[in-house]
Design a protein around this ligand. Structure first.
Ligand code: DX5
Ligand code: ZN
Length: 231
């Protein structure tokens, strides 16, 4: 489905929230009109950082009915698909660069009954994810090197957002194209203009108060971008 008239989804990333008050962050995101929550799982192997596992996803699940977008920055996503699905993930997004075979990972996630997303790092070509498109609910184009929040958006990835949206539209798929990393009001507009429909926002939502104002500004920014989108 083309992006025209489609609700663009804002997904605050809890990685930028105060870990000692995640319940407060979840409430603030909900009250501000977030469409989903993004949870960054890192294993210290696929990326040089360690965050959390299924137990925390489950704790978040107990606090909200929002869709949970679980971004698996781990070497063995197929192996952990069931655990993250059971924990309450709505979409499990794996990296095509991880050690597990991509087709097998799609099957493993699908078998759990949840939605499937595939992510590519900024230096990975769109070709790597293209063969999977007809089986995906989401394509995640990373706009920073995975591992940390608060980095600067890499504009060179935008052609991949355009390519993903075009390919999905051509095949009649309504899968989301999401962008993750360095999303601000400026870069959100650029990404929406390129055809992104799902926006992961960490620092731009949680590093200043109030969260609801930040989400409102981001909402305006993505709506502006989608109006300008080349169709
Ligand atoms: C980075 C993570 C992102 C990160 C985004 O590896 O995948 O989800 O939390 O944070 P910001 O929006 O601050 O770049
Ligand atoms: Zn992420």
């Amino acid at each position: 489905m083309p992006t025209v008239g489609r609700r663009l989804l804002l997904a605050p990333s809890l990685l930028s929230a105060d870990f000692s008050d995640l319940a407060g962050a979840i409430r603030a995101a909900e009250a501000g009109g977030a469409d989903a929550l993004h949870l960054d799982v890192m294993d210290g192997h696929f990326v040089p950082n360690i965050t959390f596992g299924p137990a925390l996803v489950q704790a978040v699940r107990m606090r909200t009915r929002l869709p949970l977008d679980v971004h698996l920055m781990i070497e063995h996503p197929a192996q952990y698909a069931e655990a993250f699905a059971k924990a309450g993930g709505t979409t499990l997004v794996f990296h095509v660069e991880s050690s597990d075979d991509a087709d097998e990972t799609v099957r493993a996630i699908r078998a759990t009954g949840v939605r499937v997303g595939a992510a590519i790092r900024p230096d990975t070509a769109f070709d790597r994810v293209e063969p999977l498109l007809d089986r995906l609910d989401q394509v995640l184009v990373m706009s920073v090197r995975p591992g940390f929040s608060g980095q600067k958006f890499i504009p060179d990835v935008l052609p991949k957002v355009v390519a993903a949206r075009k390919a999905l539209d051509a095949s009649g798929s309504s899968a989301d194209v999401s962008v993750d990393g360095g999303i601000t009001t400026e870069t959100a507009t650029l990404a929406a203009e390129s055809g992104a429909t799902f926006f992961v926002c960490g620092n731009s939502v949680f590093n200043k108060d109030p969260v609801s104002d930040n989400l409102k500004s981001l909402r305006r920014a993505v709506d502006e971008g989608s109006r300008r989108a080349v169709r």
